[in-house]
Design a binder for this molecule. Sequence first.
Ligand code: SF4
Length: 568
Amino acid sequence: MKKHPSPPSSVALAESGVILKPWPGKCHVGLIFPQRYGLAMSNLGYQTVYRQFNAFDDVVCERFCLPDKADGKLRSIESDRPPTAFDMLAFSVSFENDYPHILQFLDRARLPLPANERTAAHPLVVIGGIAAMLNPEPLAPFADILLIGEAEAILPDFMDCYRQTSNRRQFLKQAAETVPGAYVPAAYAIAYDAHGDIATVTPDPGFPATVNLARMPDVATIDTSSTVVTAETTFADTCLIEVSRGCPHGCRFCSAGFIYRPTRYRDPAFLTESIHHAMARASRVGLVGAAVSDYPDLSAICRQFKGADLRFSFSSLRADALTDDLLQVLKANRTKTATIAPEAGSQRMRNVINKGLAEEDILCAADKIVTAGIPNLKLYFLVGLPTETEEDIHAIVALCRQIKSVFLDASRRQKRIGTITVHANPFIPKPATPFQWTVMDTVAALQTKARILRSGLKTIANLRFQMGKIRDGYIQALLSRGDRRVADLLLQRHHSGGNWSQALKQSALDTAAYVTRQRDRDAILPWDFIETGISKKFLWHDYQKALQGRMTPPCPPAGCTRCGACPA
Ligand code: SF4
């Protein structure tokens, strides 16, 4: 294989922090984010893996994204090389609806799509990322190996194993045996029963029956911040820094809240130092985490940078955690829009999903935000939640009306009126959550609910409403909940020029069985072979509590063994 020297591309030259390493004598890893460049560079997980691969002396890792034009060339950003010049192609997948892009990439790289048609002469295809970590099965036939878990906990052992043998079959077997989170799908035979449900999963001799999700016991002092800072992202000129991993609140619809348990925080001194480093590289710091406002010293840390020429943004702030300090930071940053995520309109529904927000918390947050001088509000809701009735949909309209009233009073006091935007998205029952057994609403039911919302919300002046695409939600649910037979549908879509409707029409697969069918407690779910550390018994019990409208308290700081994720 020709490994020609190439100069850095113009994109790489325009970036700060890009890693350029000499090629000879190294393992060459192409790291692919199956989306456009701007989104890739806004993804902290992808950026972190880029740095981690390059931290190995014997590895050169270069980035690939989807080209802007359909016929654009696939070339690495750093040295303009084609995918086939690399020993390994590693995909980082955050979102199920990007799965078709993996097939597109492999095809355009002139690689056979099914792993069993590739040989040792082709690059090794590795897939990781949160979507693959929740349920890798729809991607199983396309990957030589999947990495299930947090990259920091996997890559050192993975690369050690890779160095030990040049025989691919031997490497895959050894990785499955010794690397935490390594999953070689070809080594597992799946049998189905007469109803089409999974009956048995049989590993080849020597392969483990289950795959343990790999996670870092402690993230206090590991560096997860933007490696590359560039103007062409959603967060232009922003250095992203992870402040915490996981979330203690246990919202029952949220896969990140379960899969990243237990909640782990950065050491405050280390975080402060990371912010100082970031200041030298960007004018803005984005603090990232599933629940940034839970970080114990957040206000104190932000106060230390008062007066500095630095603007902060936060990936998530809970409505019940908006302290005056945080609001002052937002105001000082000239923030124009703040987000509140009530998720549901009625208290009953918020209890079912374990949101832990009372109506007063939501109204109080709206008032505080506008009073602090932030004029615009974004509100997020889910539609189609378990046990939801039309009454619960009307309750969303009623809550928005109340928020509007509070918003108007506070805006008048400020002598400035902004806008409220309401976003509603279809609920998807995600793997590894207490709702993994439940159903997604049918497309027709979601359309009816969207109509009720639209007609109710249009009577509220100066309020915009956006409903997430219902069909995209259905596809996401299918890819999120499917077994490896769904891979055939991905292939069919690919061969029909990316046309989902045609692929769904032509397929014999009963897609509704994955999306809108209630599953029994003892059903073998496609992702059951992944040991997340959270007991299935706990998830089922929490689901039953949800159906009764009972809440589960947030994770305590220590001494809890409730779900199984924390060490006993
Ligand atoms: S064991 Fe307790 S504290 Fe730990 S993640 Fe589970 S519920 Fe939270």
